[in-house]
Design a protein around this ligand. Structure first.
Ligand code: FCB
Length: 419
């Protein structure tokens, strides 16, 4: 490896950060409102981005990002199926978009990120096909209002994670376990909703001749056996790969369904290896010492596997030939040097894939802020900015990684380094 080699990104490359409404906004009424996380935390105030978005956009300018991926919270906008959108809440999102524009920051809007209006949940959530027309109606109304401000639309964030944690592993509300039938049904309904919403966005979202772009964000995790000759661990790895990667990708992008997307959003964090049926990652409770003894490099969630990014990008490119956005990548850790190395290695992998011909248009660091990390609460710190949750004013401060990322965004290059 050539130390210090400069790797240049294309001039129009999007460098962004990402958040989701439930994790940062606060003051939300959805299935997470009364959920208590493992650390006792809740999302009722979160980072108070709901009120502080002007300040947070100021931070984005300091970072020098030119893009922001964020969600529009469905539960704020519709109080009943097919109801008109709440104009006050809509005005707030419009203001957010206008402020981004004033700073030269391109928005990517996420329409579903692990949360639903209460009336959707009361009717069985996405296990009920009635969610499809309701969602499409929400999207149609939103697009009519925002088409002049938004051209990058991300319908569903990680449908695989959502359906798995809600109905198989029980980490997300409604905390059901091993309901594989429901998992498959949710994926099927979301895939249909994506196709229908995409048609609406592409037909009704054109503005001034500018065609909108639409895609989902697929979380891709590699599942491997720690010992390649262990038949049971291999079987587990295969079952996970089949269910969470292959089945989901086919549902959204297989055959004619590919036409429902103009891009693929890829959320990439790393891999999970199995040893004696145990997922060897911190997020599943594997002891840090064991992971160290095995020589695994992990953040506070999963094993890092930057070379996997080259593999998955070339696979997606071969299979679907669609442009890609890295809609999420990030590391949770208190060790900022580790995080900087992780970023550097993953961006080098990304650049490698791009030099091999994969059309990657942007990269969104997860996340702008330390935030409410779902079932884990506030213990997993993914932020470029720290938030002091013990202080009512929730002050933000730049972490060392933010300086590293700011340099990358400003210069549009990274320097390749050896380990
Ligand atoms: C992704 C989610 C995001 C956040 C990161 C760490 O799976 O989309 O909300 O939880 O992981």
């Amino acid at each position: 490896m050539n130390n210090g080699e400069v790797l240049q990104f294309p001039p129009d490359f999007l460098w962004g950060t990402a958040t989701s409404p439930t994790q940062v906004e606060g003051h939300i009424e959805n299935e997470w409102t009364h959920f208590t996380a493992q650390d006792g935390g809740h999302c009722r105030i979160a980072c108070d981005h709901y009120h502080r978005y002007p300040e947070d956009i100021g931070w984005m300018s300091k970072l020098g990002v030119n893009a922001y991926r964020f969600g529009i919270e469905w539960s704020r906008l519709q109080s009943a199926p097919f109801a008109p959108l709440n104009q006050n809440e809509l005005a707030r999102y419009v203001d957010l978009l206008d402020r981004l524009k004033a700073r030269g920051i391109t928005p990517m809007v996420v329409l579903h990120h692990f949360s639903n209006p209460p009336w959707i949940n009361a009717a069985g959530g996405w296990t009920n096909a009635a969610a499809i027309p309701a969602f499409v109606d929400f999207v149609r109304q939103l697009v009519a209002t925002l088409k002049d401000r938004v051209s990058l639309w991300n319908t569903f964030n990680e449908p695989d994670t959502y359906a798995c944690l809600a109905h198989v592993l029980g980490g997300f509300p409604p905390q059901q376990k091993w309901q594989i039938g429901k998992f498959r049904r949710v994926i099927g309904h979301m895939a249909r909703a994506h196709a229908q919403a995409s048609r609406v966005i592409r037909r009704e979202g054109i503005f001034d001749g500018r065609k909108p772009e639409v895609g989902i964000a697929k979380n891709w995790t590699f599942f491997h056996a720690y010992k390649p000759y262990s038949p049971w661990d291999r079987a587990m790895a295969f079952a996970c790969h089949y269910t969470f990667n292959k089945f989901v990708l086919d549902a959204f992008l297989g055959g004619w369904r590919r036409r429902a997307s103009t891009f693929i959003g890829l959320n990439y964090y790393g891999r999970v290896r199995f040893h004696h049926f145990q997922a060897m990652i911190p997020a599943s409770g594997a002891p840090v010492k064991t992971l160290k003894d095995f020589g695994f490099v992990c953040d506070d969630m999963v094993e890092r596997y930057p070379e996997g990014l080259v593999k998955i990008l070339s696979y997606l490119n071969r299979k679907f030939k669609l442009p890609v956005y890295i809609t999420e990548h990030g590391a949770a850790s208190d060790d900022e040097q580790f995080r900087a190395r992780d970023l550097q290695e993953n961006l080098a992998a990304l650049h490698h894939a791009m030099s091999d011909g994969v059309d990657v248009r942007g990269f969104f660091y997860w996340s702008l802020l330390d935030n409410f990390e779902w079932q884990f609460g506030y213990t997993k710190k993914f932020g470029l900015l720290a938030v002091d949750f013990s202080d009512d004013k929730l002050p933000r401060t730049m972490k060392p990684l933010a300086e590293v990322y700011a340099k990358i965004c400003r210069n549009n290059i990274i320097r390749k380094q050896g380990r």
